[in-house]
Design a binder for this molecule. Structure first.
Ligand code: HEC
Length: 252
């Protein structure tokens, strides 16, 4: 009896896990940051930041990033200062105990669109637009998932699939119904470097930007890894030679 119960429990768990995760498998792309020698594509990160700022920032924060972190994406100090100064930051309290507004500084965090989670939900029909700083790490196969999600609108839904009021069909989102309307359309932004702003291009640039946001120190980490491997190689050879010499003497 107990065995049957266990089997049923395991089966029901397996099915419920499947029901929650029946999203389409993400498209598999090649990224410059892949692999042990992966590097950032800085022009793309800068374009991605522009799309984030002009489109996504209406609803999503990247609260882990300060303006000065953008130096790692190739922005100059003057560009960062000018960018930060374009924002108004609430600071304080001053000597009179009052909060005051001032222009942003390079050391400020990039401001969030909503004061708190409840306000964000209230403005988005109950769905919460998550902070995007770590989203690439927080989702399985994050870079490919993000690209697929952003380019995954406009698919026709299967006949037996219902989309509730206030949700949008996207086959890459678990259960297919997402509370985010399609945020991207072609030529929504004008890139300064002349790159054509197709939905695919903007999505790729956003992935590069959000990958950078999630791990700005990635290049140093990978380079250090390569150095450590090289070091271990050299030392293995060194100890191997030492071992041969020692045992050669003992064998005489
Ligand atoms: C009009 C507001 C709005 C805009 C603009 C917007 N989003 Fe969203 N986004 C949402 C909401 C609401 C959710 C939560 C959806 C849900 O949980 O069903 C969400 C969810 C997400 C998720 C999480 C999906 C998951 O797996 O949980 C990602 C990633 C995302 N948005 C990326 C973006 C990017 C990138 C942009 C800019 C191109 C953008 N969003 C623009 C409202 C918005």
């Amino acid at each position: 009896m107990n065995k049957i119960f266990t089997i049923l429990l395991v089966l029901s768990l397996a099915f419920s896990a499947n029901a929650a995760g029946d999203a389409k498998h993400p498209k598999q792309l090649k990224w410059s940051f892949d692999g042990i020698a992966g590097k950032f594509d800085r022009p793309s990160i800068q374009r991605g930041f522009q799309v984030y700022k002009e489109v996504c920032a209406a609803c999503h924060s990247v609260s882990k990033l300060s303006f000065r972190n953008l130096a790692g994406a190739g922005f100059s100090e003057a560009e960062i200062k000018a960018l930060a100064a374009g924002y108004t930051i609430q600071d304080g309290p001053n000597d009179d105990g009052e909060m005051f507004d001032r222009p942003g500084l390079a050391s400020d965090k990039i401001p969030s669109p909503y004061p708190n989670k409840k306000a964000a939900q209230a403005a988005n029909g109950g769905s919460y637009p998550p902070d995007l700083s770590l989203i690439v790490k927080a989702r399985h196969d994050g870079a490919n998932y993000l690209f697929s999600l952003l380019t995954g609108y406009g698919n026709t839904q299967p006949k037996n699939h219902e989309v509730p009021e206030g949700k949008y069909y996207n086959p890459y989102f678990p259960n297919g119904n997402i509370g985010m309307p399609n945020p991207l359309s072609a030529d929504q932004v004008t890139y300064q470097d002349g790159t054509k702003a197709s939905v695919e291009q903007m999505s790729k640039d956003l992935v590069n930007f959000l990958q950078f946001a999630a791990e700005p120190e990635m290049e140093e980490r990978k380079q250090m890894g390569l150095k450590v491997i090289l070091f271990l190689f050299v030392f293995t050879a060194f100890f191997y030679v030492a071992k041969c010499r020692i045992w050669a003497k003992l064998g005489q």
